[in-house]
Write a protein that binds this ligand. Structure first.
Ligand code: C2O
Ligand code: CU
Ligand code: CU
Length: 458
């Protein structure tokens, strides 16, 4: 079956409804993708993209095992499609243009409906006009709470991302040819929740669940905490069930684009004392990205009061029967330009998977990189044949790293594996979610210039 036939026959026709074609009774408020203005630095930056005219995309909330309905309306002049990063949901709701749905045109609505099987910290972003819309602001955090309250006093969500602004605080082009061919084009303003080092109040001596998400298009953040006792309790959404050392100034935690880390933080007992989420940025001293301030009378909680978070229902691969597939990430000798249809192109290809650059989202007849059989276990060998780092992301499935040629990797469940220079990592998974799952680098300039493909589970 051709991709387009499949699309017109199923999800796209059911989900894409133009203006006036309502008929879907629901209380779920529409999420309206629209242009926005916000003072990111001194002057108001215009031409941002968000879900309201003057604020960052909100934290969207759901509950593990409960159905969610997210009607997304496009009120921009460009096409779009919304992806729910890390959620193991039905393929038709995954938001990948041409692969799982048709792009959502101006004034159209796509009704996303799914039931998240896993609790944890996830996020959302467009997968069509990805570069433009993400760089201009459209990246938000999604929190799926556990069925049972894990016992924190409060929660703090931090969405880390850069913007690339000129002297008047207006957008510079989001990418450069030079950047796309290397590590990507970096922003020049680092923000947390669109703010410059915001300060958030939490009860003195309380236990805070700090959810940190890197939604940047390019930057790998190097992070640590200062001023508190803390523990890493989840990584890329999933509860951590092995001891993960807490990062520090000398040995910060690498959090690539798309990755998330949850900390349990014990606030200091003294009113006014600060806990800093610190980043090491190249060529700069350490700087706090966000600060938690202790307020009120000390409630004297202790990290040891927290129970381990309940594990998500992820199947464990059977390594004895697992079939091996290899993937090589590197440059392309071919160049050329991807055909992304309505979803935007940078105009060139620099990158490839298995030496073939992605032909473009709208190109028909492009086969999957691998076909996995439903229910079987697999080992994927991911080889980075380039000097640049690549956060390699797989949709719809969750995997565990087994080994690396360069370092010891804790076996933490994830959807995004950050590959270091010349690193080879083997990951294992159970192919238990049917569909065509996008598989790409999350440095958006790499994704959009060839480092993309998909894996089919049948
Ligand atoms: Cu976070 Cu294919 O995306
Ligand atoms: Cu994703
Ligand atoms: Cu990359």
């Amino acid at each position: 079956m051709k991709r387009r036939e499949f699309l017109l026959g199923s999800s796209a026709a059911a989900g894409a409804i133009g203006l006036g074609g309502f008929g879907l009774a629901s209380a779920a408020p529409e999420l309206v993708i629209q242009s926005a203005s916000f003072a990111l630095r001194d002057q108001v930056t215009t031409g941002m993209v968000s879900l309201s005219p003057d604020a960052p995309p909100p934290v969207l909330r759901g509950r593990q095992g409960e159905a969610m309905r997210l009607p997304v309306r496009n009120s921009t002049l460009d096409y779009t499609a919304m992806h729910w990063h890390g959620l193991r949901i039905r393929n038709a709701m995954d938001g990948v243009p041409y692969l799982t749905q048709m792009p959502v045109g101006p004034n159209e609505l796509f009704d996303y409906e799914f039931t998240p099987p896993d609790a944890g910290t996830y996020w959302y972003h467009p997968h069509c006009m990805t570069m433009e819309q993400m760089a201009h602001g459209l990246t938000g955090v999604m929190v799926i709470s556990e069925a049972e309250d894990p016992g924190f006093d409060s929660e703090q969500v931090i969405n880390l991302r850069d913007f690339r602004l000129d002297e008047e605080d207006q957008f510079l082009p989001a990418y450069t040819q030079r950047g796309a061919a290397r590590a990507g084009t970096f922003g020049n303003l680092q923000t947390a929740n669109w703010l410059d080092t915001p300060v958030y109040d939490h009860i003195s001596g309380g236990l805070v669940r700090l959810r940190v998400v890197n939604t940047d298009t390019t930057r790998i953040y190097r992070l640590h905490l200062e001023g508190a006792e803390a523990r890493i309790i989840a990584w890329d959404g999933h509860p951590v069930d092995v001891e993960v050392p807490l990062p520090n100034a000398e040995d910060p935690l690498l959090v690539g684009p798309g990755q998330r880390v949850d900390f349990a933080v014990a606030m200091p007992s003294g009113e006014g004392q600060m806990v800093d989420l610190v980043a090491k940025l190249p060529g700069q001293p350490h700087r706090p990205m966000a600060r938690l301030r202790a307020v009120g009378a000390d409630v004297a909680r202790d990290l040891r009061e927290l129970k381990q978070l309940p594990p998500n229902p992820v199947a464990r691969p059977d390594l004895a029967t697992a079939e091996l597939h290899e993937f090589v990430f590197g440059w392309t000798p071919e160049g050329g330009e991807p055909n992304n249809g309505f979803c935007g192109s940078l105009g060139y290809n620099f990158w490839s998977i298995n030496r073939t650059p992605w032909a473009g989202d709208a190109t028909e007849g492009v086969g999957p990189l691998a076909v996995l059989e439903m229910g079987n276990s697999y080992v994927l060998r991911l080889r980075n044949e380039s000097p640049n780092l690549h956060p390699i992301h797989l949709h719809g499935l969750v995997f565990t790293p087994l080994k690396s040629n360069l370092r010891k990797l804790p076996p933490l469940l994830t959807d995004t594996m950050l590959l270091l220079k010349d690193e080879v990592v083997e990951i294992a998974l159970v192919a238990d979610n049917p569909g065509d799952w996008a598989f790409h680098c999350h440095v958006i300039e790499h994704q959009k210039t060839g480092l993309t493909g998909y894996i089919r589970v049948v």
